[in-house]
Design a protein around this ligand. Structure first.
Ligand code: KG4
Length: 334
């Protein structure tokens, strides 16, 4: 069986061709970073217009790289939500229309489900059940994953997502968009203990997150330094901010795994590409006897391969999309 998968939930137009269970034949991602960089964040209207321009070439490229044509495709999977509705509608409508004219089954996939299963595209794969931290520009949530269709949310951010905090702090420091890679790069030369930024624990038993106080604290620090005329120690600010985010993410993930009793921990989402988060989680999981599964950075950030895999399981369960199935902006999983 060959699956054509499409992802357009935010600012990347992506398509992939894969064979279940875990053979990715091609995975193409067209980034819009240069369009949104000067605004310091994503402009939804510009994102959906760019998806319209890119969807066809990206799908063609994914088919070409896989060495197949539309005649070889057996199933079409596309992200149905959550995300920017204008962006989602481009990919999802394209997928449904293509399925309709080709007489193929089509499945609508939850973007979060894609992130939760992306580690299954790696070798070795984690066995079920596992505890997963999904941390991106739009989400920061912990889940218990019992099987490819059963996800139970254990905690989530009460305000900003961790990636959003990276992006906002980067904007404050004039580092451009997306902020995560720029901050993690600069943080490598900074002192993580230079500035004691706050960690929001939200109570002993809480598996929720909060990053807006941290963001405000960085803004107050930067403002204070600028007012006093002192030079900004940008690398130290980046390292100290990153450490505060990573510390809380790692702590809560380990607490979630202790609570579920799972021995396997999985990471997903764009911020999962952060080298410091990967290193700290690896260290703490090893110390507590958990096995950690880290997808390659290209599978952490938005991609269509993970949507194809999640779509395959929905297809097996008979959960097909109809021509009038709508996109949604908020995930029922979250
Ligand atoms: O999953 P993703 O590609 O898109 C969604 O938000 O769904 O994640 C993008 C987010 C952005 O906020 C970006 O700043 C962050 O992931 N990110 C990182 C790193 N690479 C990407 N954050 C921290 N460190 C990184 N190395």
């Amino acid at each position: 069986m060959l699956i054509l998968a499409i992802e357009s939930s935010c600012d990347d137009t992506a398509a992939a061709v894969l064979e279940p269970e875990n053979r990715v034949r091609s995975s193409v991602v067209s980034s819009q970073n240069e369009i949104h960089a000067r605004f310091g964040g994503i402009v939804p209207e510009l994102a959906s217009r760019r998806h319209i321009e890119m969807i066809r070439p990206v799908v063609d490229e994914a088919l070409a790289q896989a060495g197949v044509g539309l005649d070889d495709i057996d199933l079409i999977a596309a992200t149905r939500g959550p995300g920017l509705v204008g962006s989602l509608l481009v990919g999802f409508t394209f997928a449904k229309a293509l399925a309709l004219v080709r007489g193929l089954p089509c499945v609508g996939v939850d973007h979060m489900a894609g992130h939760l299963l992306s580690c299954l595209l790696e070798n070795p794969q984690p066995a079920f059940p596992y505890t997963a931290l999904i941390v991106s520009g739009g989400n920061t949530s912990l889940f218990a994953v019992d099987d490819p269709l059963t996800f139970t949310r254990l905690g989530r951010t009460r305000d900003d997502a961790a990636g959003e905090a990276f992006d906002k702090v980067a904007k404050l420091l004039g580092l451009g968009y997306p902020g995560g890679p720029a901050i993690s790069h600069l943080a490598a030369d900074g002192d993580p203990a230079a500035i004691a930024f706050p960690r929001a624990r939200l109570g002993e038993d809480s598996l929720d997150f909060s990053f807006s106080g941290l963001k405000t604290s960085v803004a107050a620090h930067v403002d204070g330094q600028r007012r006093s005329g002192a030079p900004l120690a940008v690398a130290d600010i980046c390292a100290s901010f990153q450490e505060a985010v990573v510390d809380v993410l790692a702590d809560k993930t380990l607490a979630a795994a202790e609570r579920t009793g799972h021995r396997r921990v999985v990471l997903g989402g764009g911020v999962a590409a952060n080298p410091r988060l990967r290193a700290v989680l690896a260290e703490r999981c090893a110390a507590r006897g958990f096995k950690l599964f880290l997808p390659a950075p290209a599978l952490c950030t938005d991609n269509a391969a993970m949507i194809g895999l999640a779509g395959y399981y929905r297809f097996l369960a008979g959960q097909l999309a109809a021509a009038d199935t709508d996109a949604y902006s908020r995930s029922p999983l979250n």
